[in-house]
Design a protein around this ligand. Sequence first.
Ligand code: PAF
Length: 280
Amino acid sequence: MVIIRTIKRLRQVLSGYNRKGRTIGFVPTMGALHYGHLSLIKACRRENKIVVVSIFVNPTQFGPGEDLKKYPRTLKQDAALCKKEGVDIIFYPDAKEMFPSGYETFVTVEGLSRELCGLFRPGHFRGVATVVAKLFNIVQPDIAYFGQKDAQQAAIVRRMVRDLNMPVKIKVMPTVREIDGLAMSSRNAYLNPLERKDALVLSRSLALAKRLVHDGVKDIAEITGKIREMILRVPKVKIDYIAVVDQEHLMPLKKISGKSLIALAVWIGKTRLIDNIIIK
Ligand code: PAF
């Protein structure tokens, strides 16, 4: 495994591979790797000859006052995990390599970026789409892997790839959860022990929603009302949104039908967590 810091060197190394019949799989990350990332890396390893993981805490997807400075940076640990999983290349650029001074080109997936988290994190998905587009241009992967936990990000990347005719296949892998149900996230590291317990309300309220649908409840207001009630029983929480939308367009549904995405964003103390389930 090699760790490469520059675009030029990465291109040299990738062009040295004989790509005939050999696919490049790519897992873009911001580091602080957990089992969620590892499930993407494992799938990537199984399905490709060459595995590239990027680790880049992308400043353009953090808003003012968000956690860019304190976002966990754990390269040593991340590199050890990647090595164990059989990663071939870690691409680890710094901010100047990706966004040199004078940089001014951005990619915006218009409508999808304004929904759900987009309402509360203006500019976030512009930053995500831009860096992912750049990384796709740099790595030129055949397949790229994303997690279902970031459902809106996955929908936006799929749309960007379709709209801009990017020659890459997007695979979205299921959310990986802790044994008690908490969706894995690098931001879970911010939670103190009490908040860690409180954070279970996200997965528990989604499980409640699933039971309600299973029992025949189709009315969205009733389902979101029950979720809200459960979450608000936890002290010091703030709900950004509880939404029931279709998975591709992220448009609010009137009734549960076909495949519906139930998505939440909730503050536990100073930490904003998201989670979702797909109801079939
Ligand atoms: O999901 C993430 O970690 C980031 O949003 C991504 C896709 C690596 C872009 O910075």
